[in-house]
Design a protein around this ligand. Structure first.
Ligand code: AHR
Length: 328
């Protein structure tokens, strides 16, 4: 059994080495190991954001001349754990991973620690008492995103001179950092304002198809007149919800206030068309900053424990005429 595992690891390493292209290497020849090899466990391809994030990592690895062993876990935590184990066997220089949920990582991260391989958490955090299990976290301030969404809603309610608004929330993956903190930040911002009632919060798992399902259920439960505001934790679910609203003759952005998170091009287009009212930005373009950290680590330098990219909010109250194409 042990022999089989070793053989499998060697086969995987050979495969991955074959896939490492266009990198600086410390040997000559096509399959030479690049000077720096990054093992990257991506959690899946659930959204335009995620696909843009993977592309950003691939491009940045090329730009920095690093080898990238990329594994896509297709939304399965056990696949992420297996990928991290294979990176440890291969003795990559740095492991980067985007944890699908916050819990359940201690064992595998202890294994990485014992092997002396630094781990960078990218995009999402873990819930672990021991913060020596990772070297750095680089990703959005999801609490701030939730607060920005809530602050927009307060401004909108003032603008509408609304006495009372019923809100439904379509959340991301349960037990994931963006889900937990976008929920918390939004509640913090609107909490105590008696104009708002949060009717229900349900998970759409960051997927467009589930956003549609959630919207059908919510309309069935509260009717077309019962919902004033939809707060959806990502653009994919929002776009799914828009399809359902429009299929029953409603005008999202007018009959119901739509608040989303991310800022992928299709959602920004919907904002410009007046079908979405507000998008709290979350940027997937993290690759270059991640590779800068990898570079610093490979030189033996200290890196900051936490880095948040700059993000903003786009809404119907802003002049968006100069907005650059989003690139994803
Ligand atoms: O973790 C970031 C979130 O994950 C993005 O908002 C979402 O689109 C993605 O799936």
């Amino acid at each position: 059994m042990k022999k089989l595992r070793i053989l499998l690891c060697l086969a995987l390493a050979a495969l991955c080495l074959g896939a490492l292209a266009g990198c600086n290497s410390d040997q000559k020849g096509d399959t030479a190991r690049p000077a720096v090899v990054v093992g990257f466990s991506q959690l899946g391809s659930e959204s335009g954001w995620r696909i843009g994030n993977t592309a950003s990592m691939e491009q940045a690895a090329k730009d920095w001349g690093f080898g990238l062993m990329l594994d896509n876990a297709n939304q399965r935590q056990e696949k992420q754990i297996a990928a991290i184990r294979s990176f440890i066997s291969y003795q990559v220089d740095v492991i980067v991973f985007s944890p699908i949920v916050e819990t359940g990582w201690e064992n595998v991260l202890n294994e990485a620690k014992k092997a002396g391989i630094p781990v960078i958490l990218m995009d999402r955090m873990i819930d672990a008492k021991d913060d020596s299990l990772y070297t750095a976290y680089i990703g959005a301030d999801f609490l701030a995103e939730g607060r920005r969404a809530g602050e927009y809603l307060i401004k909108k309610a003032d603008d509408m001179r609304a006495k009372h608004l019923n809100i439904v929330e379509i959340t991301g993956t349960v037990d994931s950092t963006p889900m937990r903190e976008r929920q918390l930040g939004f509640r913090e911002a609107i909490g105590g304002d008696e104009r708002f009632t949060l009717l229900e919060s349900i998970s759409g798992d960051f997927l467009r198809s589930k956003g549609e399902e959630c919207m059908r259920y919510l309309l069935h439960r509260y009717g077309t007149e019962g919902i004033d505001v939809i707060y959806s934790h990502n653009d994919e679910m929002t776009l799914g919800a828009l399809d359902v609203l429009e299929s029953v003759g409603m005008k999202p952005g007018q009959d119901v206030v739509i608040i989303s998170v991310d800022g992928q091009q299709t959602a920004v287009d919907a904002l410009l068309e007046g079908r979405i009212n507000c998008i709290a930005e979350c940027t997937p373009h993290l690759g270059d900053a991640v590779m800068a950290l990898v570079d610093a680590l490979s030189r033996g330098e200290e890196i900051p424990k936490q880095i948040h990219p700059e993000e903003t909010v786009f809404s119907e109250f802003d002049d968006l005429s100069g907005l650059e194409p989003r690139g994803y």
